[in-house]
Design a protein around this ligand. Structure first.
Ligand code: DGJ
Length: 732
């Protein structure tokens, strides 16, 4: 540790302990505080979560104001709830010690603080007074953004092996109010569907056991609104996510005094993890943003945090692309692709993405039932190889990107024939396929090398590849690892070591290829979290690209993810016109997945103009602040806007999504948000379909005050069911 850091942490340690005999540890952000306090037996309790107080000294007065019974029968506000001793509620930590004993107790040792300009990291050390294990609670506060990240490190200092049966990332505690939980469930083509419920006494659990595609049927994202149902602009709201790409479990336990205990971590389901003497286990992070300005305030904070501190190249540029998946599916050859390169250029896009179907010879990938795993170019479809395609696209001034699904294998493949022991499957049971495929055993270092090699070979042989789409279409059935078995490692390590193996591969890829943009896809929106997004620039939210559905889907994802991470493509899905589809896709990272020769002349003309416009305003959408103005759940229309950092330029998207006669037009203005009250703005309609003109008065000048108090009527109606407005500062 550097001397300056050491001095800072010593001083802070003394401050914490010096307050009084019972230590108080306040963790503060710009507006909020979470306070821990020890009791006479040196156990650590979470005594406060709420607005920051002006004087730190007063945090110690809080505890007396609450009823925290020593029996722990009804309430447990432990900072990290152990099990097998005094605790009678859901634990955060369960250990089988080396002698087989199941009891754990945690006593406070000390606190160490590290600081830099963006965050303060508080490390709270706890130990068991009887068994030699230690636990460090890490709490990182990005103060200015009111974002917190918590993870835990558990170390086995016993002489023998211990088994962690539950090892949560974080254990939060909120006292005495009504809590409204919104969680996001779904399935393929129906991802990220919100459900809001008032939590009542007992435990509500959100979890997955799918192994891979962790977000397919439910997601590790949640929203808690305190005291009342969630609102966009008002009320204390917490948006959280467990940043782990495998099985997660998040428990919300309400006691009879209406307190909420939240425990989030890797799902303990079939995942007991052994630690040898001296070994440590670091959990993934729980990341959350807190705001008293509703879901809107909390989501702008987490979006901003993600762009600045987490997403790979989160503040960089993104290239709009043409993808061939829905234009050709598996049926393409060099000729068809050459035409698509030209289409990419003609549309004004920067990148062409070749999807599934380019590989496999003995088992050609002409369908989804064969070839996966055999990553050599299919000589029949592409006789001149990938290098030729890269050069052909370059001739059109278009970058070339490629699809892979490196974690998976079809039984109909050379890979499976050669390495049946590289696959997750029960040795004595019939194999079970998901989309005709199985999952490779990424606990195995040889398999990790193979997966790394797929990407490495692509880049080594074709250094000009400018984009990768990394797909994942199967879940883990028959969870059994031949590698763990062979190496005498418990099978219960599989779910955790799979994800760790995958992260190791991604780490190696990013060490060698730090910047190449990579899209995370999972048979639609089965994967997106803030651990993956350290390695990926973006993700695919859903194969459902019907623009009406996309309004809802993108709305829901946007609580947690900035638009720069969200890939939105115009496809043949949905009955809406080209303009509607393009406008909806322009709210994220824009792409097209269409056969240009099937577009009408005016659609083509429109698309070209809209792409040009997108390139003009994308900086605001990708890097600006997002405001959800009118919810599609509450109105026949939806309205969303993005504002740049100076509050000088904004883009507002408006859609009519209802077909009801009585709801055929907006009859009132929609209030804008995020502008400067003291600035003046003009409003111009863009993305007009050829032959149409705007019905708005574009000569009018409005103050920011007017636009935010009264608003503007975008005049959407059945003829104009999608309207994009550019709001620009006027200096006179
Ligand atoms: C599933 C993805 O979601 C699609 O976009 C496409 O890449 C297919 N896989 C290809 O098999």
């Amino acid at each position: 540790m550097k001397l300056s850091k050491l001095i800072a942490s010593v001083i802070l340690t003394l401050c914490v302990i010096g307050l009084n005999a019972q230590s108080i540890i306040p963790i503060e952000t710009k507006d909020f505080a979470m306070v821990f306090q020890t009791d006479s037996q040196n156990r650590l309790w979470n005594v406060y979560f709420g607005n920051k107080l002006t004087s730190k000294d007063e945090y110690r007065k809080i505890e007396n104001q609450y009823y925290f019974p020593s029996s722990n029968a009804g309430i447990s506000n432990s900072a990290y709830t152990p099990s097998g001793t005094w605790n009678l509620t859901e634990p955060a930590l369960q250990i089988k010690h080396s002698d087989g004993n199941l009891s754990t107790e945690l006593h406070f040792v000390d606190t160490e603080v590290e600081k830099n300009t963006n965050w303060t990291l508080t490390k709270i050390s706890l130990v068991d007074p009887v068994y030699d294990i230690s636990v460090v609670l890490n709490i990182k506060a990005w103060e200015s953004l009111n974002v917190l990240e918590q993870w835990t490190e558990i170390t086995n200092n016993e002489k023998g092996e211990i088994e962690l049966t539950k090892y949560a990332s974080a254990n939060l505690y909120f006292s005495n109010t009504d809590f409204y939980l919104t969680h996001f469930q779904g399935e393929y083509l129906k991802e990220m569907q919100p459900v809001e419920e008032k939590l009542s006494q007992g435990t509500k659990v959100i979890e997955t056991k799918l192994g891979t595609r962790a977000m397919l049927m439910g997601t590790p994202n949640f929203m808690i609104s305190f005291g009342k149902p969630a609102e966009e602009d008002n009320g204390l709201t917490l948006l959280g996510q467990l940043a782990w790409s495998g099985n997660y479990k998040i428990e919300f336990e309400i006691d009879s005094h209406q307190n909420l205990k939240l425990i989030a971590g890797i799902n303990p389901y079939e995942s007991a993890y052994t630690l040898k003497a001296g070994e440590s286990f670091k959990t993934p992070s729980l990341i959350y943003s807190v705001s008293s300005n509703g879901a809107g305030g909390a989501s702008r904070q987490i979006q901003s945090w993600a762009r600045k501190f987490r997403v790979l190249d989160g503040e960089g540029d993104r290239l709009a692309l043409l993808n061939n998946w829905e234009a050709t599916f598996f049926d393409f050859n060099e000729q068809k692709l050459s035409k698509l390169f030209k289409d990419t250029k003609e549309l004004g896009l920067d990148l062409f993405l070749l999807d599934d179907g380019w590989f496999g010879n003995k088992y050609p990938r002409n369908n989804d039932d064969a070839g996966l795993g055999d990553w050599e170019v299919n000589a029949k479809k592409l006789p001149h190889g990938l290098g030729y395609l890269v050069q052909e696209s370059k001739k059109n001034n278009v970058k070339f990107g490629i699809w892979i699904e490196p974690e998976m294998v079809n039984p109909e493949s050379e890979l499976y024939r050669e390495h049946p022991d590289w696959v997750i499957k029960q040795p004595e049971r019939p194999i079970k396929l998901y989309r005709n495929q199985m999952v490779l055993d990424l606990t195995n270092p040889e398999v990790q090398n193979f997966v790394f090699g797929i990407v490495d070979n692509l880049f080594t042989e074709n250094p000009e590849i400018g984009f990768v789409k990394w797909d994942c279409n199967a879940v883990i059935y028959n969870a059994y690892s031949p590698y763990l078995q062979k190496n005498n490692i418990p099978q219960s390590h599989l779910y955790v070591d799979y994800v760790r193996g995958l992260y190791d591969v991604l780490e190696r890829i990013r060490e060698k290829y730090p910047k190449v943009p990579m899209m995370l896809c999972s048979g639609g929106g089965g994967r997106a979290d803030y651990n993956f997004l350290k390695y990926f620039t973006e993700f695919w939210p859903s194969d459902d690209t019907d623009p009406i559905e996309r309004i809802y889907l993108q709305w829901n994802y946007s609580y947690f993810f900035p638009s720069i991470t969200t890939d939105c493509h115009v496809t043949n899905w949905g009955k809406q016109p080209m303009k509607f589809k393009t406008d909806v896709a322009s709210m994220g990272k824009l792409g097209f997945d269409v056969d240009v020769s099937h577009l009408s002349e005016t659609d083509l003309e429109f698309a070209k103009q809209a792409i040009e416009n997108y390139n003009e305003f994308k900086d605001i959408v990708l890097h600006g602040e997002q405001y959800r103005l009118a919810s599609p759940y509450e109105n026949p229309f939806a309205s969303i806007m993005y504002v740049d950092d100076n509050r000088s330029n904004a883009v507002m998207f408006n859609y009519l999504h209802s077909n009801r006669w009585m709801e055929r037009m907006t009859k009132r203005p929609i209030r804008l948000k995020g502008l400067d009250v003291n600035k003046n703005y003009c409003v111009k309609e863009i993305n007009l379909y050829p032959g149409t003109s705007s019905t708005l008065d574009e000569t009018a000048i409005y103050s920011g005050n007017f636009l935010m108090e009264i608003g503007i009527n975008p005049e959407i109606n059945v003829q104009r069911n999608s309207v994009v407005l550019l709001i620009s500062e006027v200096n006179e």
